[in-house]
Design a protein around this ligand. Structure first.
Ligand SMILES: CC(C)(COP(=O)(O)OP(=O)(O)OC[C@H]1O[C@@H](n2cnc3c(N)ncnc32)[C@H](O)[C@@H]1OP(=O)(O)O)[C@@H](O)C(=O)NCCC(=O)NCCS
Length: 404
């Protein structure tokens, strides 16, 4: 069976295509909701798959700017991918992935990225796990810092209007040097980050917004929810950190000191932290910060040459990669990568890998050496993996603080 896949033409089609996944979330594609969603996901960037004129699947792509080591790159942010339960395992997803990747290529977007609902779905389409994220729980009795701490700034509760003016200034400063972070438009802030979807929060209160200022300048912010609970007269409440972003050093320590000190919280939780978060070094007893590590961003090099030429490299030298890409064969072949970018070559290959594995190294979240040890890369020339590691290294772990 072949399905017809094409971009949506109006809000009605858009709603039906979004419903392909929305139904699994128990969501209704009301006009108001779809209008709001389409402020960030342009209608024509939502593909719909249909059979006999009836929509049975959908896949969208936000037009993002992604920070990669040393640069910011236009990137397709794949989202709301779903197939109606009536049509599962009949090739709808495959047809949509085909249409999407051809579209990204035609648009000149060298990269695509997504959050995967299951880690088994996207590897076959060339996506590779490219970052990890940490879900942490910090019990109140273990929230003390290791070193003496003195507050220098001031934390203020603000409403969403003021947050809309102040938070983006912090975000932009931090995201430009953090691989994995995305540019956010005003619409993104207004309709996603600061907006409260009715019924969200799973029993916790509304989002609260605070800004940290020093000398009148915003240097950090946090969005959090209180989840109050009392048991036998004792608080068992949770402070849920939705997003906490601050400049390096003192501002990061200050925003977390604020969050960890809020009264009643028996524990503070956060679920999308980078694996190298400074909390490990700020806390006096980090072992008691319970942590679960999971996969974060999945990256797809849509155009291997353009993607590898877009980022910067931490070391001089060159490496020759033999790349296999079954789903997008235009990428298959030998690539020489150096600090001047990537070019096709006829030189002898030094590392052999498929395109999803190359994607895992792209943001600096995983090394070639660990992927050799994990059986994903064949090292054809001794020392090539270590050389590639030095070139692809990133000063900090990739971090994407939100699921889109
Ligand atoms: C996951 C989902 C999109 C798959 O769609 P589908 O139309 O059934 O997938 P297809 O029939 O095109 O399958 C394509 C390939 O992926 C595989 N596949 C599909 N879903 C899979 C899953 N959940 N786990 C592992 N493999 C999966 C198929 O076996 C097939 O493999 P093959 O091409 O090697 O034979 C669909 O089941 C769905 O909508 N699930 C609920 C929502 C969801 O999880 N969406 C993804 C959000 S990130």
């Amino acid at each position: 069976m072949t399905f017809k896949v094409r971009p949506c033409r109006d809000l009605d089609e858009f709603g039906q295509a979004v419903f392909a996944i929305g139904q699994y979330f128990g969501m209704e594609p009301t006009e108001e909701r779809m209008e709001r969603f389409s402020k960030n996901l342009p209608i024509e960037r939502m593909h719909a798959a249909s059979e006999d004129g009836v929509i049975v699947g959908g896949a969208g792509a936000f037009p993002f700017e992604l920070t990669v080591p040393g640069a910011v790159v236009p990137t397709a942010g794949v989202t709301v991918v779903g197939t109606f339960p009536t049509h599962r395992r009949r090739g709808v997803l495959r047809a949509m992935m085909r249409a999407q990747l051809d579209d990204f290529r035609a648009r000149g977007e060298p990269l695509a990225l997504l959050w995967a609902s299951e880690d088994t779905i996207y590897g076959r389409f060339g996506y590779g796990m490219a970052s990890q994220c940490a879900e942490v729980t910090i019990p109140r009795q273990h929230a003390g810092f290791a070193r003496p701490f003195e507050r220098e700034g001031r934390v203020r509760l603000v409403d969403s209007t003021e947050a809309l003016e102040l938070f983006p200034r912090v975000w932009d400063a931090v995201r430009r040097r953090t691989p994995g972070m995305l540019g956010r438009t005003r619409n993104w802030w207004e309709h996603r980050i600061l907006f409260e979807v009715p019924g969200s929060g799973e029993g916790a209160g509304p989002k609260r917004f605070v800004v940290l200022e020093r000398d009148g300048r915003p240097e950090g912010y946090a969005i959090y929810r209180h989840k109050p609970k009392w048991s036998e007269g004792i608080s068992d409440s949770e402070l849920q950190v939705v997003e906490a972003v601050a400049l390096d050093g003192q501002p990061t320590a200050e925003i977390w000191r604020y969050l960890l000190d809020i009264d009643w919280a028996a524990r503070t939780t956060a679920f999308l932290l980078p694996v190298d978060h400074p909390l490990w070094w700020l806390l006096a007893t980090p072992r008691n910060m319970r942590q679960r590590i999971g996969d974060g961003l999945w990256v797809r090099l849509v155009d291997v040459g353009a993607a590898l030429s877009s980022r910067r490299y931490a070391a001089d030298g060159a490496v020759v990669l033999d790349v296999l890409d079954e789903f997008c064969p235009w990428n298959t072949g030998l690539w020489r990568v150096s600090s001047r970018g990537a070019k096709r070559t006829t030189s002898a290959p030094q590392l052999r890998l498929d395109v999803s594995t190359l994607a895992s190294t792209y943001l600096g979240g995983f090394t070639f050496s660990e992927l050799v040890r994990g059986g994903r890369i064949e090292e054809l020339r001794r020392g090539a993996a270590a050389r590639a590691d030095a070139m692809f290294a990133s000063e900090r772990a990739p971090w994407c603080p939100e699921i889109f």
